[in-house]
Design a protein. Structure first.
Length: 132
């Protein structure tokens, strides 16, 4: 999962405020999209919309979780990877401190984005082969 949004309770994560303006994905765009996709505030506590509130991730498939250091979703991704590991799911977490949200589209242009894409794709392939 690349820079995953896994918890609608955004206020729980410091990066949401730290990087909510001026770092590609911002709070105003995020809020606008959230209103369009989730018209009811009740979905905030729905596990299908906020997987982080699930009781356990046990039994989930192996996962690669990658975040950007300058992204309002960074802390959600880190917390998700930590929960997966805590619940016994084989997973690996990468954080790329120099990158902003959406860095995958910059592979081939920005060296750090290229490195991140190659590194995470290789690890995903390794994990898939090992899970057979």
């Amino acid at each position: 999962m690349y820079y995953p949004a896994v918890d609608r309770r955004k206020e729980l994560y410091a990066a949401h405020e730290l990087f909510g303006e001026g770092f590609a994905l911002d709070k105003s765009f995020s809020n606008m999209m959230e209103e369009l996709v989730f018209p009811s505030s009740e979905t905030k506590n729905d596990v299908r919309m906020s997987p982080m509130i699930t009781k356990s991730f046990k039994g989930m498939p192996p996962a690669v979780v990658a975040t950007s250091g300058l992204d309002m979703l960074r802390d959600q991704g880190a917390a998700y990877a930590e929960r997966l590991q805590k619940d016994g799911v084989k997973s690996i977490y990468y954080n790329y401190p120099s990158l902003i949200h959406g860095w995958m589209q910059w592979s081939g242009v920005i060296d750090d984005a290229e490195k991140a894409c190659v590194e995470t794709a290789r690890m995903a392939g390794t994990m898939l082969r090992e899970s057979r």
